[in-house]
Design a protein around this ligand. Structure first.
Ligand code: ACM
Length: 738
């Protein structure tokens, strides 16, 4: 396998690997080096002084003199229109600040916060033009202004949801110093770049209960995301109660599904946070769980069982039978009445056509109806489903496979296979959403998603077609997440996507994103997300009951230097029936974008660009070596998990040795045979890079670049730092011949 370069930056439109299809046909992820980053437009933001750590960064932010002190006297007034949703949002915000500061804000004798209509006594006034409708809608005005001076903060918005977005900004501005709590004086004019900013959660492959959904809705609100795409049916599980067709959940869910009351609870919770909920029922493929209880819907005789593996499977609804449409009329009608949003997602992806091709009756139907082939039949099915949904007042959304000349233009296309799919759908006149490049389940670094723009400067679209690009969605497919780990796979990286979809396109400074993400990660944690909190209990269980404090300390350090392998590789390595596997490995304790590894990558970049001496890296190697020996000691008592730990420790020690050797070479004037030295080093680095279990050490790619620098330094000539860096990239990561 070709080594991949540092985990920093992707081309603006990286190709996200095909999602559910295991096997060698995945598109390759394209990385470029940090050099590209250094030529990025750097937004000159006076207000983006170190103290401002807001994500997403507002459209306009101007700093001013002074600060607003936050004390126990912090009183809020709501002027203009008032509604219960805004009151509730203010109460949640005040509670969040009380939890951070330990202050107690003014309350009524009966308990609730004293929210008045009197601007004179308030430290924060909120003024909205009109209350938002009960259910959030696409295109609602989410803009707001926030003016903070030493005297007060003034938040204004046309709608409740605009005020909610502004409150989230205000919440992230809170800071403290020796004098106390404060928000800096500044002025914000803010509005989203795209109206559709989503997170999809697959609750099917692995079940995710109500509390997971609710806390992630809180995270979405914090990051100003406004669409929760609820992926409710899959081969591996049917996750919602149907009263009309109860065998769907009775046979298709292992008892793990949302009751309709729970769905209503989630809908209200989301609406309260200005978040639309778009349900997805993936048809006609990805429908194996449907046909466990209703085998007559399938295109081949049953019986069927719930699928326990990951991939693309044959069971597909039979689009030639009127009974299928009668069923869908009943079921989709029931769901259309439950979900208030105008959009309704029908999936439509990865229908492999195997059952259709094998069924002579279905092939005869294709001929009789002049449908040409299976694709034509799929388009026929979509038209029928679209008519059913239109009858219930819904517009359709589907993955990009549903694009077909006969699809009504009102249908939105969600592009997951590539930017070309998005452009093709927009050119055909459809509203479009980008998910390609936002596959957070893959566990790529935040920077990769961050630089993936739904509408990059050079997008081959007319002004009219550009207007059809509604935004995008992060996708949390659930092959490798449990309720315990899922937050750590969503956050904080999804906040980077949220910024891409909210902030102006030129906000693209990766180091500044990471700086702010570290703060927003804490805010997310305070809001109830468990992406940090989950780790310690996981580690305790992993370490076992005999673990000493020293053991735990060593493991904590080790997981901070490792990362989980990409998820599709894990799928390829996984045994049969992975749905049953507990996700409690060392890799599951690791973050996709570990901070210490990122710091090392940046330190290497500084060396490569001549901003720092090679010797500045030596302490890192010393600490890796020391950690490796402590982990080796841990491994001796680690029972069945010793092999994985011992191997990772060996790799870390080898990485440290290689690193020290490279640095010595870089510093030495007597070079010797560089090519022979480099060739001997490469296999050592390759060995140190091998995954152990599902974990790997992400710093090796930087060592490859550093080694290339040692090899090439005699021939550097007068290359500029950037040209030199680009050259090292080609040496360390030569392109494979096609
Ligand atoms: C998908 O990833 N199959 C939409």
């Amino acid at each position: 396998m070709e080594p991949h370069p540092p985990l920093m930056v992707a081309l603006p439109c990286p190709s996200t690997p095909a999602a559910k299809r295991p096997g060698p046909s995945f598109c390759r992820i394209v990385f470029v080096g940090l050099a590209c980053l250094l030529t990025m437009p750097n937004r000159s933001l006076s207000a983006s002084a170190p103290s401002v750590a807001v994500v997403p960064l507002p459209a306009e932010i101007q700093s001013a003199e002074g600060r607003l002190e936050i004390t126990g006297k912090f009183a809020v007034a709501i002027l203009g229109a008032r509604d219960a949703r805004l009151d509730a949002a203010v109460a949640r915000a005040l509670r969040r600040w009380e939890e951070r500061t330990g202050l107690v804000f003014p309350r009524l004798p009966s308990g609730p916060y004293a929210i008045s209509g009197d601007a004179k006594t308030a430290a924060l006034t909120i003024e909205i033009g009109a209350a938002s409708p009960q259910w959030p809608r696409l295109g609602e005005d989410e803009s707001y202004t926030l003016d903070i001076s030493a005297g007060r903060a003034v938040l204004k918005a046309a709608t409740t949801v605009g005020a909610q977005r502004g409150l989230e900004t205000l919440l992230q501005l809170l800071q403290s110093d020796a004098q106390g709590w404060f928000v800096p004086a500044l002025s914000v004019r803010d509005h989203p770049r795209f109206p559709w900013r989503g997170l999809m959660i697959d609750v099917c492959r692995r079940w995710q209960p109500v509390e997971v959904i609710k806390r992630n809705l809180d995270g979405m609100a914090l990051a100003k995301l406004n669409v929760f795409h609820f992926h409710l049916s899959e081969d591996q599980g049917f996750r919602i109660e149907s009263k009309k067709y109860p065998r769907l959940q009775q046979y298709g869910s292992d008892g793990l599904y949302f009751t309709q009351d729970q769905i209503r609870e989630i809908l209200a919770y989301a609406a309260d946070r200005g978040i639309r909920v778009v349900p997805e029922f993936d048809i006609p493929g990805h429908a194996q769980s449907w046909v466990v209880g209703y085998p007559e819907l399938a295109s081949a005789p049953g019986p069927y069982v719930i699928e326990r593996n990951w991939g693309v499977f044959d069971p597909v609804l039979d689009p030639t039978k009127e009974e299928t449409y009668q069923f869908l009329e009943g079921f989709l009608g029931e769901m259309a009445a439950l979900f208030p949003d105008e959009y309704f997602h029908i999936g439509g992806d990865e229908n492999n056509g195997v059952q259709w091709s094998a069924n002579p009756r279905i092939q005869a139907f294709i001929k009789e109806h002049n449908l040409k082939d299976n694709e034509g039949l799929h388009a026929y099915f979509n038209r029928r489903v679209q008519a059913i949904l239109a009858g219930h007042g819904k517009k359709l959304v589907g993955w990009d496979e549903i694009l077909h000349p006969e699809l009504p233009k009102s249908a939105a296309i969600q592009s997951w296979r590539g930017a070309e799919g998005l452009a093709a759908a927009a050119r055909a006149g459809h509203p479009v959403l980008l998910s390609n490049g936002y596959y957070i389940d893959q566990l790529e670094p935040a920077s990769v998603h961050y630089l993936n723009d739904p509408l990059p400067a050079g997008a081959p679209l007319s002004a009219e077609e550009r207007k059809l690009v509604l935004g995008g969605e992060a996708t949390m497919w659930a092959e490798w997440v449990s309720p315990e780990t899922i937050d750590s796979r969503i956050w904080p990286r999804t906040a980077a996507i949220a910024e891409r979809l909210w902030s102006p396109s030129e906000v693209a400074d990766v180091p500044d994103l990471y700086r702010r993400l570290d703060y927003v990660s804490r805010r997310l944690s305070e809001a109830g997300l468990r992406h940090i909190a989950y780790r310690e209990p996981m580690l305790l269980r992993y370490a076992g009951d005999r673990a000493t404090p020293e053991t735990l300390a060593a493991l904590r350090e080790l997981i901070a230097l490792g990362k989980p392998i990409l998820c599709y590789t894990r799928t390829q390595l996984s045994p049969r029936d992975p749905q049953y596997l507990a996700l409690t490995t060392l890799a599951d304790c690791m973050a996709p974008d570990p901070q210490p590894a990122r710091v090392f990558v940046l330190a290497v970049e500084d060396v490569l660009l001549g901003h720092a001496a090679p010797a500045t890296l030596e302490p890192s190697f010393a600490s890796w070596r020391s950690l490796a020996s402590r982990v080796k000691a841990v491994a001796q008592n680690a029972g069945p998990r010793a092999g994985e730990l011992s191997a990772l420790a060996d790799q870390l020690a080898e990485a440290a040795d290689c690193g020290a050797e490279i640095v010595a070479r870089l510093a030495s004037s007597s070079q010797g045979d560089q090519a022979a030295w480099y060739d001997a080093l490469k296999p050592r680095l390759a060995k140190a890079e091998q995954p152990q279990g599902y974990a790997e050490i992400p710093m090796i790619a930087s060592l490859r670049l550093l080694a290339a620098a040692a090899r090439e330094q005699g021939q550097r000539g007068d290359l500029t730092p950037e040209a030199w860096r680009a050259h090292l990239q080609t040496v360390a990561f030569p392109k494979k011949n096609p």
